[in-house]
Design a protein around this ligand. Structure first.
Ligand SMILES: [Cu+2]
Length: 150
């Protein structure tokens, strides 16, 4: 009995540690969270058009809302997602997947050090609620283009 319980805990641990759902629940099961009027996400740095070196320090800006870790339900909050060389997913009602182009900051981070290959890259911020679903309306920054020299 004891062995079984320990085995179950070991199996469950990696799931609990994950920042994003490995297999998101159906979108219909997750109501979208309203964002307050005037809420705005923006990239503080780097500036649009900047030439930088990797890893790139990206600072996340947010007006009219607060940052909370994923899984925490608190009004007018969310956590940042960095879209790298990609557009926001077409379905705004579904949890954002975790990929190398959609990076979750589920601990409530407000900046990141992002390794990028040399060349041009686009960056955009998209806030998600406690279930990684974009708010309604979405709180999304303008998309910036940067050049990484090395
Ligand atoms: Cu997320």
């Amino acid at each position: 009995m004891r062995t079984l319980l320990i085995a179950a805990l070991i199996l469950a641990a990696p799931l609990a540690a994950a920042q994003a759902p490995a297999s998101p629940a159906p979108a219909a099961a997750l109501p979208r969270t309203a964002s307050p009027p005037g809420a705005e996400a923006y990239i503080i740095s780097p500036r649009d058009g900047a030439t930088v070196t990797s890893p790139v320090r990206v600072q996340f800006g947010l007006k009219g809302m607060g940052v909370a870790p994923a899984g925490v339900k608190f009004e007018n909050t969310g956590h940042h997602h960095l879209l790298i060389d990609t557009d926001a997913p077409a379905d705004p009602g579904a949890p954002l997947p975790a990929t190398d182009k959609i990076v979750h900051f589920g601990k409530g981070q407000t900046e990141a050090s992002v390794p990028l290959s040399p060349g041009k890259h686009t960056l955009q911020l998209l806030l998600g609620d406690q279930n990684h679903v974009p708010h309604n309306p979405p709180v999304i920054s303008g998309k910036i283009t940067i050049t990484v020299t090395r």
